[in-house]
Design a protein. Structure first.
Length: 57
């Protein structure tokens, strides 16, 4: 169960990052460096979630 809770936590953080990315993209002059950082972190979370999902199946 702890793994599933961790996956939910990561999913929540992943969604939060998506929201931040969309907010940044909606600005007239989006900060490319910030966008790259947010996208990199979002990808890292996705990969960690996939790894954890592989452990429970």
């Amino acid at each position: 169960m702890a793994v599933e809770a961790r996956i939910r936590e990561l999913g929540s953080r992943h969604q939060s990052l998506e929201n931040q990315i969309q907010d940044e993209l909606s600005r007239p002059a989006a900060d490319d460096i910030r966008l790259k950082k947010l996208k990199r972190e979002k990808l890292r979370l996705k990969e960690e979630m996939e790894t954890l999902r592989g452990q429970i199946h």
